[in-house]
Design a protein around this ligand. Structure first.
Ligand SMILES: O=C(O)CCc1cccc(O)c1
Length: 568
C-alpha cells in the first residue's frame, strides 16, 4: 500500500478529513486537480460544532484570526422590519454558536496544518480519472500535470478512496448513484469587496420584493452582497459596471470606490446522493449533498461528514472494527444532511418571493408571530436548526443493552430513571463541552483533557471498577480512556481514592456535567471519538452497554495476547 486513504479534492471536507486522519495516526494522500487551493470567498458561517472539530484537529489557534464569534443573522423585509433574528446564546459545545469566517483563509489553515503529519501528503495538479475497487484494496489513477505542462499517469494503491471534490464530484458519478433533489433556476449575483463601505457587523437577509438581497459583514473588512437576478436579466450583466452600480445603489453611499474581490452568478442546489458508500469508495461534503447558502450549512455539513467518517476509517484501519462500521457513515449522516437541505430550501422560499401580495401576507404573518416572546426566542436561539441526532448507527438505545440474554429489567424500568427530567435519550446526540478542572488543568475545555478517542465516563464512580478483566481488555483494544466526572469539591478525594487505576478525575466546576447526568438519569456515558454519545447506562449495567456498543460498531475480537495482558 502506498497510503491508507486517497482523498480526492483539497476542499474543506478533504482537508478536514486529512487532518483528522493525521491526528488519529493514519496515512492519506489528497489529490487535487487544481494547482492551488481556491482563493475566493465562498462559505461565510462556521458553527460551534465545526469549531469543536477544528479543536480536535488542534488548529483552533491558527483558525481563530479568520473568524468573528457571535455572528447574528437577521431576516428583514422590504420595509426594513426584522422578521427573524438568529442570535443563539450560550456555548453548550464549548464555543460560540456561530462565527463569521473567511473560507479561503480558514481552508488554508487546514491545508497548512497537514504539514504536521509525515504520513499525510497533498498533491496538486493530480486529476483523478479512475478509482477501481479491487475487493481488498483500491487503485486510484490520476493524470498528473507536470511543471513543463506535459502530463503523465500515476496510480496509487490504498485501502479506501473518499471523493470530496464538490457538487460535480466525478467520484459520485463513477459510483453511479442518484443525486436526488432540485436545482432551482433562480440566479444570484455575488459581490465580495475588500473595503467594506458600511462597517456593519453581521448578516442581513433581505426579503425585499423589489429585489431580494444579502449583505454580510465578514472578518478582515470584507463585505459580501448577493442580489437575486430577475428572469429577464441575462447573467452576463454581472460584467456590466453600470448594472452592478445600479444593484448597489440602495446599499452603498458610493459604489465607485469598492475594491471588488470577485463578482459572479450562481444558482442554488438542494440535492443528496442516494448512497454515500459503495465498497471501498465513499463520498463526503458537497460531493454527497448540496444545499442553498441560507443557513450557512454547506461548509459545516462537510465538517460534520469529515468528523463522522474520520474516526470510523481510523478504527477500521487500526483493525479495531470490521469495515461494516463504514456503513454507519451514511446511516448517520444522510438524514441530517437532508434536514439541512430542506431547512435551507425553506428559508430560500421565504426570501425569494417578489409578488407584493405574497410578500404582504408573509410580512403580516411574521409580525403576528413576533408578538409571541416564545416564538421570537425559538428563532433567536435557532431551535429550528436540526441538531445531529443518530437514531441508528454506532449507538445503543438504553432499552437494548442486550448482550446475549435479556436484561432482568430494562434501564428505563428502574425507579430513579423513570423520574428522569428529560424523557428523550441523549444517545446519538453530541455531548456538551463545559469547562473543567483536573490535577493538571484549570478551566480547560472538556475535550482538551479527555482526548479525542473513546471515553468511558462515570459520574461519581471510577469506571475502571465497573468492568471485568475481559471487558477492560476490550476497552483497551478500542483505545478507550476511563474518566470520572465529579463535583470539583470531590476531586481531591477521588484523585487519592482512584490513584493507580489510570482513571482521569475531572472536576465539574460549574455544575454542567452534574446537570447532564441528573437530567438524563444515567450514571455512565460512552463517548465516541466524535464526542457523540454512543451509549448510556446505570453503573452496574456498564458491561452490558459495552457489549451492545461493540456490536453496534462491528468491533473485532480482542487478540488472546491482549486478553492475557489485562488478566495479568
Ligand atoms: O451563516 C450565516 O449566518 C449566513 C449564511 C448565508 C446566508 C445568505 C447568503 C450567504 O452567502 C450565506
Amino acid at each position: 500500500m502506498q497510503t491508507e486513504v486517497v482523498i480526492v479534492g483539497a476542499g474543506p471536507t478533504g482537508l478536514a478529513l486529512a487532518n483528522l486522519l493525521g491526528r488519529y495516526g493514519r496515512s492519506a494522500i489528497v489529490l487535487e486537480t487544481r494547482s492551488d487551493l481556491i482563493d475566493y470567498p465562498r462559505g461565510v458561517g462556521l458553527d460551534d460544532e465545526s469549531m469543536r472539530s477544528i479543536q480536535t484537529m488542534d488548529l483552533v489557534e491558527s483558525v481563530r484570526p479568520y473568524t468573528i464569534p457571535h455572528h447574528v443573522m437577521r431576516l428583514v423585509n422590504g420595509k426594513g422590519e426584522t422578521m427573524i433574528t438568529n442570535a443563539p446564546q450560550g456555548e453548550p459545545f464549548g464555543w460560540p454558536r456561530k462565527f463569521g469566517f473567511i473560507q479561503p483563509l480558514v481552508d488554508r489553515q487546514l491545508f497548512e496544518g497537514l504539514a504536521r503529519f509525515d504520513d499525510i501528503d497533498v498533491r496538486f495538479g493530480h486529476h483523478v480519472t479512475e478509482a477501481r475497487d479491487l475487493g481488498d484494496h483500491v487503485e486510484v489513477t490520476a493524470t498528473v500535470t507536470q511543471a513543463d505542462g506535459t502530463t503523465r499517469e500515476e496510480t496509487i494503491t490504498a485501502q479506501y478512496v473518499v471523493g470530496c471534490e464538490g457538487g460535480s464530484s466525478p467520484t459520485r458519478k463513477r459510483m453511479d448513484v442518484e443525486f436526488v433533489g432540485h436545482s432551482p433556476s433562480t440566479r444570484w449575483v455575488v459581490i465580495d469587496v475588500r473595503n467594506d463601505p458600511l462597517g456593519l457587523p453581521n448578516v442581513y437577509l433581505g426579503a425585499d420584493p423589489a429585489r431580494p438581497y444579502v449583505s454580510i459583514g465578514l472578518p478582515h473588512g470584507i463585505r459580501r452582497w448577493e442580489f437575486m437576478l430577475f428572469d429577464d436579466e441575462p447573467s452576463e450583466r454581472v460584467e456590466d459596471d453600470e448594472f452592478v452600480a445600479a444593484l448597489l445603489e440602495d446599499h452603498v453611499p458610493d459604489s465607485s470606490t469598492l475594491d471588488v474581490i470577485r463578482r459572479r452568478v450562481f444558482t442554488h442546489h438542494g440535492r443528496i446522493a442516494s448512497r454515500f458508500r459503495q465498497g471501498r469508495v465513499l463520498i463526503a461534503g458537497d460531493a454527497a449533498h448540496l444545499m442553498p447558502v441560507w443557513m450557512g450549512q454547506g461548509w459545516n455539513s462537510g465538517m460534520r461528514d469529515a468528523t463522522n467518517l474520520s474516526w470510523k476509517l481510523a478504527t477500521v484501519l487500526a483493525g479495531q472494527a470490521h469495515d461494516s462500521l463504514l456503513d454507519t457513515f451514511e446511516i448517520e449522516r444522510h438524514d441530517h444532511a437532508k434536514a439541512m437541505i430542506d431547512l435551507s430550501m425553506t428559508f430560500g422560499n421565504i426570501i425569494k418571493p417578489t409578488n407584493r401580495v405574497v410578500c404582504g401576507a408573509r410580512d403580516l404573518a411574521s409580525r403576528a408571530l413576533n408578538l409571541s416572546p416564545r416564538v421570537k426566542d425559538y428563532f433567536a436561539d435557532m431551535r429550528f436548526k436540526p441538531m445531529p441526532f443518530y437514531a441508528k448507527g454506532v449507538v445503543v438505545a438504553p432499552d437494548t443493552l442486550v448482550a446475549g440474554e435479556q436484561p432482568r429489567k430494562r434501564t428505563s424500568g428502574f425507579m430513579t430513571v423513570k423520574n428522569a427530567v428529560e424523557k428523550s435519550t441523549p444517545v446519538g446526540k453530541q455531548f456538551p463541552q463545559p469547562r473543567v478542572n483536573t490535577a493538571e488543568h484549570t478551566g480547560a475545555r472538556l475535550d482538551d483533557v479527555t482526548g479525542t478517542w473513546w471515553t468511558v465516563a462515570a459520574w461519581g464512580n471510577d469506571p475502571a471498577r465497573l468492568f471485568t478483566d475481559e471487558e477492560r481488555a476490550q476497552l483497551r483494544h478500542m483505545g478507550a480512556r476511563f474518566v470520572s466526572f465529579m463535583s470539583e469539591t470531590q476531586r481531591p478525594w477521588a484523585e487519592a481514592e482512584y490513584a493507580g487505576s489510570g482513571t482521569l478525575v475531572v472536576g465539574d466546576v460549574d455544575g454542567a456535567l452534574k446537570g447532564w447526568f441528573d437530567k438524563h438519569a444515567v450514571g455512565v456515558v460512552f463517548l465516541r471519538p466524535d464526542r457523540f454519545v454512543g451509549a448510556t447506562c446505570l453503573a452496574q449495567e456498564s458491561g452490558r452497554a459495552l457489549a451492545a456498543l461493540r456490536t453496534a460498531m462491528s468491533a473485532t475480537a480482542v487478540p488472546a495476547v491482549q486478553l492475557a495482558e489485562v488478566a495479568a
